[in-house]
Design a protein around this ligand. Structure first.
Ligand SMILES: C[S@@+](CC[C@H](N)C(=O)[O-])C[C@H]1O[C@@H](n2cnc3c(N)ncnc32)[C@H](O)[C@@H]1O
Length: 467
């Protein structure tokens, strides 16, 4: 029976029009992932009321229903008429009580009556919008967050929701409000993060890191079930998992979530923002300031740093690249310049495949300068004022951010290509005095030997495991 639902899905994949697929984000879930998603629901021997949002071929609702007792009801909402027909065919194989609603989820009024909600929504970015909630509304910037909020609000008391979504909601500024709302609204029960990016959606050309999330409408459970390196190749019950309290996964007021517990060697380190430092984003947005970019140095101009100026662990200026290396004097009227002094520059984007997700470079500028907004910079000020770091602190911090333990820490919380200032502020950090000691032990050079940095840091903090 299940094989037939898989065949219906595969047939529909072959018939998707590329225009419609792009427009409605029709990336259909393969059967192994659908089975893993449905396996996260608790077993119940009473009939369920299932909701499948953005149902596609109905594969998720059908696999969920096939595991439940007779008398279960499925409501599937799908905007695409052809897929809605496929959904009818799939769901009728496993359930007698099926209602297919061929409409947009935004045009359907749902009561909070469902005991099982399952979805693999569209992942599109949208203009920031407020979703109405009992508490007044929550700001979202992605369609999957809107679908998930609708799903959660359709849950009956005690109901469970499983979603196939990107990992991006777990960290960063954009999803901050959504995270807070969701964690207050329901219990976070399970997180399943796939080890490889493409393995599970091979025929769908999906490049984002995708995960399974299970939440339920009840007070927070004591333990969250975590699979931090799952594979769709075998049932989840045969894969490694851990159960940990939610608090051990949450970071700071922004409620950043990581998928593993923190390395115990970092236990004594406070977040960077508690060490008298702050992470900001470069203030120059090049396309809004085209008129002041300059290819040559002018008498009253200032240096401009891009990620191209990050030469290994030091920032250099000027460098040969195809970006203007100066801004004209006019910049002084635009609240863009940073005061002369020492800082640590950090990239804002990096891929999982890179040796280090965080690329830190020490900069000591004798003059005021501008930084492109594709760079973060760490300083001693606040969100409103920029104050340079003590020079030895800037060097020590650059070394600290180049360690493998910090790289592992960052990979645990970020599944996207962004390196967010919000996340960096929560990064475990030694005291300033310890950073200065570190700077005395090892010079910051362009071609820093990262193995050596690990050794020196390991010795300084007596981490025998790391040396
Ligand atoms: C990522 S696909 C997943 C389909 C199916 N749930 C699955 O797992 O295979 C998202 C589905 O949502 C549908 N969709 C997109 N926007 C929608 C909307 N506003 N209302 C209802 N369905 C929508 C698309 O047509 C597509 O079938």
């Amino acid at each position: 029976m299940i094989r037939t639902i898989a065949e219906i899905r595969d047939e529909a994949v072959g018939e998707l029009s590329s225009e419609r697929q792009q427009q409605l984000e029709q990336f259909l879930t393969p059967m192994p992932v659908a089975e893993q998603a449905a396996s996260l629901f608790s077993y119940t021997n009473t009939p369920a009321r299932i909701l499948d949002l953005g149902a596609g071929t109905g594969i998720l609702g059908a696999v969920t229903a096939s595991r439940l007792v007779h008398g279960t009801r499925v409501v599937a909402i799908e905007q695409d008429q052809i897929l809605a027909e496929y959904a009818k065919a799939s769901l009728r194989q496993v359930c007698d009580d099926v209602r297919i609603i061929n409409a947009s989820v935004f045009d359907v009024l749902l009561e909070p009556e469902f005991t099982r909600v399952i979805l693999n929504p569209p992942y599109k970015k949208i203009k920031p919008m407020i979703i109405p909630t009992a508490g007044g509304g929550v700001k979202v910037t992605n369609l999957y967050a809107v679908f998930l909020a609708i799903a959660i609000q359709a849950l009956a008391e005690g109901g469970e929701c499983v979603a196939i979504i990107p990992r991006s909601w777990m960290n960063g500024e954009y999803f901050k409000d959504f995270r807070k709302w969701m964690l207050a609204e329901c219990s976070l029960d399970a997180l399943v993060v796939y080890g490889s990016r493409q393995e599970h959606f091979k025929d769908m050309d999906i490049l984002q890191e995708i995960m399974l999330l299970k939440v339920s409408k009840r007070p927070q459970t004591n333990r969250v079930l975590i699979y931090d390196d799952a594979s769709p190749a075998m049932p989840l019950s045969e894969q490694h998992s851990i159960e940990v309290p939610l608090d051990s996964l949450l970071l700071g007021r922004d409620r950043i979530l990581r998928v593993q517990q923190q390395d115990e060697r970092l236990a004594d380190f406070e977040p960077l923002c508690n060490r008298g430092m702050w992470v900001s984003t470069g203030k120059l947005v090049w396309f809004r300031n085209r008129d002041i970019l300059s290819l040559t140095e002018t008498a009253d101009g200032y240096p401009l740093y891009w990620s191209d100026n990050q030469c290994g662990s030091v920032a250099k200026h000027p460098v040969e690249c195809n970006r203007p290396q100066w801004v004209t004097e006019e910049v002084t009227n635009r609240n863009i310049l940073l005061p002369a002094g020492s800082y640590c520059l950090v990239n804002r984007f990096s891929a999982k495949e890179q040796q280090r997700r965080i690329h830190a470079s020490y900069i000591a500028s004798p003059v005021n300068f501008a930084a492109d907004n594709k760079l973060n910079y760490i300083h001693s000020g606040t969100s409103r004022t920029t104050v340079p770091l003590d020079d030895a602190v800037a060097r020590g911090l650059t070394l600290w951010l180049s360690t493998s333990i910090i790289d592992e820490w960052y990979r645990q919380i970020s599944g996207s290509t962004q390196v967010n200032a919000t996340d960096l502020r929560q990064l475990p950090c030694p005291e300033k005095q310890q950073l200065m000691t570190l700077a005395d032990l090892l010079p910051v050079e362009e071609n820093l030997d990262l193995g050596k940095v690990d050794q020196v840091v390991g010795r300084l903090f007596s981490w025998t495991k790391m040396v």
